[in-house]
Design a protein around this ligand. Structure first.
Ligand SMILES: C[S@@+](CC[C@H](N)C(=O)[O-])C[C@H]1O[C@@H](n2cnc3c(N)ncnc32)[C@H](O)[C@@H]1O
Length: 258
C-alpha cells in the first residue's frame, strides 16, 4: 500500500517534492524490488526474449514508473542519504550547471545547503523544475569560484562540451561529480555514459579525486559520487614532486542505503 501511495505521488511536482524527503530513492528501491534481475539485461547468457523483456521494463516510455521515466522526472543518478549528508557536510556553497530539473539541488537546499542551479533550459520545461533553475551555462562559473561545482551527468553524449566548458570557466577548488568515470561503467565506452573523455582527462590533470562513494545504480549504470580537489603547487621533496592534500580519513564509501 505504501508503495502504491509513493507511486501516486508522481502525479504532480508538489507531491514529488514530498516535503523534501527523498521520494526518488524510495521509488528506486520499490522498482528494483519488483525486478531484481533487471541488472542482467546485458548478460550474454540470456535468450533474446528475456533480454527484450528486461530492456522494455527499463525503458518503457508508456509506463510512468519505468526507470527511464523516473530518471527524466528526477535525475539520472539516484541520490542516497549518505551522498546528500556528505555534500551537506562539506559546508560549502554549491553551484550546479546542467542541473536539469534540479532534483539533487532541491534535496540539498532542503537540507540547508546554499545551492545555485543553472541549465540551458531547452530540454526540461519549467513545470518540471523542483527549484528555480536559472537559464545559464558554463560562463556563469567565472564569477562563482567561491562555490563548489556540482556536475551530475553533464554530457548527454561525447559531442557535448558542457563538462569541459565548465572545467575551463571554473576557478574554484572543489568539484563534486555524479555519474560514471573511466573504467567504472558497464557501457562499451570505457569513459562511461555521463561525462566526456576530454573532461575526464583534463580533470585528472588539474584536480585529484579525494573521496569516492557508491550510489544506488539503475540497471546498466555504475554511478559514483566523487569529490575532486584542485591540485596545489607541486613541492620538491628530495627530487620528487608532490602535491599536498589533507586527505579525509575516510576516502571510500562502499555502502549506500538501498
Ligand atoms: C544529461 S542531462 C543531466 C541533468 C541532471 N544533472 C541529471 O543528473 O539528471 C544534461 C543537462 O545539461 C544541460 N545542458 C547541456 N548543455 C548545456 C549548456 N551549454 N549550458 C547549460 N546547460 C546545458 C541540458 O539541458 C540537460 O539538462
Amino acid at each position: 500500500m505504501a508503495v502504491k501511495a509513493d507511486f501516486a505521488k508522481l502525479d504532480s511536482i508538489e507531491s514529488r517534492k514530498s516535503g523534501g524527503e527523498n521520494l526518488y530513492l524510495r521509488l528506486y528501491q520499490a522498482k528494483m524490488a519488483q525486478n531484481p534481475s533487471a541488472h542482467r539485461f546485458s548478460d550474454p547468457s540470456l535468450v533474446q526474449k528475456e533480454r527484450d523483456a528486461l530492456t522494455r521494463w527499463i525503458r518503457d516510455c508508456d509506463d510512468r514508473t519505468s526507470p527511464l521515466n523516473l530518471q527524466l522526472l528526477f535525475a539520472f543518478s539516484v541520490p542516497s542519504r549518505e551522498a546528500l549528508d556528505f555534500i551537506v557536510g562539506l559546508k560549502r556553497q554549491i553551484i550546479s550547471v546542467g542541473a536539469g530539473v534540479g532534483y539533487w539541488e532541491f534535496l540539498l537546499q532542503q537540507r540547508g545547503c546554499d545551492v545555485l542551479a543553472f541549465d540551458s533550459n531547452q530540454v526540461y520545461p519549467e513545470g518540471l523544475h523542483y527549484i528555480s533553475v536559472k537559464t545559464g551555462g558554463p560562463e556563469v562559473l567565472a564569477s562563482h569560484g567561491d562555490r563548489a561545482l556540482f556536475l551530475a551527468w553533464p554530457d548527454a553524449d561525447e559531442s557535448s562540451k558542457l563538462s569541459t566548458d565548465c572545467l575551463n570557466h571554473y576557478k574554484g577548488d572543489v568539484i563534486i561529480h555524479i555519474g560514471e568515470l573511466f573504467g567504472e561503467t558497464l557501457s562499451s565506452d570505457p569513459w562511461g555514459q555521463s561525462t566526456s573523455k576530454a573532461f575526464q582527462l583534463t580533470l585528472g590533470e588539474r584536480f585529484r579525486c579525494v573521496t569516492r562513494m557508491q550510489l544506488p545504480n539503475w540497471p546498466g549504470h555504475a554511478d559514483t559520487l566523487t569529490l575532486w580537489r584542485r591540485i596545489p603547487v607541486a613541492v620538491d621533496c628530495d627530487g620528487a614532486l608532490f602535491h599536498y592534500f589533507d586527505l579525509p580519513r575516510k576516502r571510500y564509501w562502499p555502502e549506500c542505503s538501498t
